[in-house]
Design a protein around this ligand. Structure first.
Ligand code: MG
Length: 209
């Protein structure tokens, strides 16, 4: 008799080469991980991240930011403050000829949010809500979509959304590698950084490790 699989979760979908849509985590993936970023003056791109986004732009791949920002739900940052941070992100990316086509943010936190923000939102990663929203926005099927992030929750969200996922080792990625592999299995694609993830996505290298 065959043993049941340890988890009923489906495997992560293979990385589409090239994809039509790439979903990017923000902190630790595009910009340096600083805990809770509250001041645009503290925003720093990870080296090579702007050029990596620009390569996706030039290849005609849509790029969406999908980011948990519970600082808003906790009352530490208002939406105007978050907009200023994303204006700064856009300005820094533009210096590398890069842009983001869509920004989706989950403000909620299940235990630390204030008022309406205290809930386990279907949009907050590892839930797949924002990923699904982005796919609907661009009318892109899951099999042509890939999530890239430095957190185990990013790649778990990818699996739940039915798309591909790549873990980058920047930010928290190195520390989360074991948890992510435990969740997703040894076939989880892992790259050093966003630039290497884009190499993989554009078929320009086979450097996934
Ligand atoms: Mg992150």
């Amino acid at each position: 008799m065959t043993e049941p699989a340890p988890s009923a979760a489906p495997p992560l979908r293979p990385v589409p080469v090239p994809p039509e849509l790439v979903l990017l985590d923000r902190d630790g993936t595009i910009i340096t991980e600083t805990g809770y970023l509250l001041d645009p003056a503290h925003l720093v791109l990870i080296p090579g991240a702007g050029e990596a986004v620009a390569r996706l732009n030039r290849a005609g791949v849509k790029v969406a930011l999908v980011t948990n920002q519970s600082a808003v739900g906790r009352g530490w940052l208002d939406e105007a403050g978050l907009a200023r941070i994303h204006d700064e992100l856009g300005a820094q990316l533009a210096r590398d000829g890069a842009h983001i086509d869509l920004i989706l943010v989950a403000f909620e936190h299940p235990t630390e949010g204030e008022g309406i923000y205290r809930r386990d939102s279907p949009r907050r990663k590892p839930n797949p809500g924002m990923l699904l929203e982005a796919m609907v926005h661009f009318a892109t099927p899951a099999e042509r979509t890939c999530m890239v992030g430095d957190g185990a929750r990013d790649v778990v969200a990818a699996r739940r959304a039915g798309c591909a996922g790549i873990l980058v080792k920047t930010g928290k990625g190195h520390a989360e590698l074991a948890e992510a592999r435990a969740e997703l299995g040894p076939a989880l694609p892992v790259t050093e950084d966003l630039g290497a993830a884009v190499d993989l996505l554009l078929g320009e290298s086979a450097q996934a490790k």
